[in-house]
Design a protein around this ligand. Structure first.
Ligand code: FNR
Length: 368
């Protein structure tokens, strides 16, 4: 296994890994999965303009996110129910992130609680929030995350209803009886009923607040002093509103193509958001990042860092904590090599001029 994609493929194909096969089934995209493919394809429409003869004997990949120093601009996106991928679930991911010196975002729908994850040891962790209709539940959960040492809230804003994930509908997806949404266990909201279609879609319809709007981003700031990242922005208009609403950062995300199908690849939406934000807050990206070159392209288009989702759950399924460590190391090595081969010694040396996208102004070609 030589790269992150091969790693994922091995997981999907290996008959002995039934656990992971279950997980690959629930890691699909919405409807036609057009956006799922596009999240990957769009990266191939960006080419490099490498600079040569730069002394690249020393490469510095470190960066700072919301004031926290990390070893590289590669972080872990929130993915739900990680114990379905591996018995160690979120514990393994938390330990691997910490060992790699990077940030993990824990999902609201984790199969381990904020307290349990924090008990794995030191590490910089953010908490991903789904806002429930019952705001007491939200307030309690945010306070618990704060007390457990989480450093920021990533507010997911693209899920007033669950996207149409046809694999989940067909499989009548529900959480196995041995697992619960641990953060909600004590609130009697930790279980998911089996239904005729997707149990998760029914759970969302019952619990998640569809009225969520920009005023709630301000409300959230009244119940916590933690910085808020708005996760799920795809347009300049919403990027401006996010900044005006007090967001400390923006994650350009289409939820790994699991919500509205036929939205653009995140790497294509990124620059519009970056321009609208005008440096007032950092902009991050997730969606389809599988190569060090992808990380570089996102940074060249103005991202301060990227998050990976599926590579983490698939590698977790295959090899637990060791697998997640391996995936982080692979991406790190590839990114470092990309920096060296394009003549960049630090993240701030990565510029828009190091890439050309096929949606850029057509370059003048000589007439024959
Ligand atoms: C997700 N994602 C997600 N997002 C979120 O805000 N809360 C969640 O609980 C989950 N759960 C989840 C489960 C699974 C199986 C997947 C694949 C994705 C979306 C995730 O945070 C991220 O946006 C994407 O996964 C990024 O795209 P890639 O890296 O998977 O292509």
């Amino acid at each position: 296994m030589h790269n992150v994609d091969e790693f994922s493929e091995n997981v999907n194909l290996s008959p002995s890994l039934s656990r992971s096969r279950d997980y690959s089934g629930i890691a699909k995209g919405a409807e036609d999965q057009w956006t799922l493919k596009e999240n990957r394809n769009a990266f191939s429409r960006i080419l490099f303009r490498p600079r040569i003869l730069v002394d690249v004997s020393k490469i510095d990949m470190t960066t700072t996110v919301l004031g926290f120093k990390i070893s590289m601009p590669i972080m872990i996106a929130p993915t739900a129910m990680q114990k379905m991928a591996h018995p160690d679930g979120e514990y393994a991911t938390a330990r691997a992130a910490s060992a790699a010196g990077t940030i993990m975002i824990l999902s609201s729908w984790a199969t381990s609680s904020v307290e349990e994850v924090s008990s794995t040891g030191p590490g910089i962790r953010f908490f991903q929030l789904y806002v429930y209709k019952d705001r007491n539940v939200v307030t309690q959960l945010v306070r618990r995350a704060e007390r457990a040492g989480f450093k920021a809230i990533a507010l997911t804003v693209d899920t007033p209803r669950l996207g149409r994930r046809e694999a989940d509908i067909k499989n009548r997806f529900t959480l196995p009886p041995s697992l619960t949404l641990k953060n909600f266990e004590g609130l009697n909201l930790g279980k998911m009923d089996k239904t005729d279609d997707s149990g998760l879609a029914s759970y969302v319809a019952g619990q998640v607040d569809r009225t969520l709007n920009w005023k709630d981003v301000k409300w959230l700031q009244t119940i916590t002093s933690l910085p808020i990242l708005v996760k799920g922005v795809l347009t300049a208009e919403d990027a401006r509103l996010a900044v005006e609403s007090g967001a400390a950062g923006i994650i350009v995300s289409n939820h790994g193509a699991r919500q509205l199908d036929y939205v653009p690849a995140t790497i294509m939406a990124l620059e519009e958001v970056v321009k609208a934000v005008q440096g007032r807050v950092p902009v991050f990206l997730d969606g389809g990042v599988r190569r060090g070159t992808d990380v570089f392209k996102a940074l060249a288009l103005g991202a301060s860092g990227i998050f990976i989702g599926r590579p983490v759950v698939f590698s977790l399924a295959a090899e637990g904590e060791a697998g997640v460590r391996k995936v982080l190391q692979m991406l790190r090595d590839e990114f470092e090599l990309t920096m060296a081969l394009s003549g960049c010694r630090s993240l701030k040396e990565i510029t828009r001029n190091h890439i050309v996208a096929d949606w850029d102004q057509p370059r003048v070609v000589p007439r024959l």
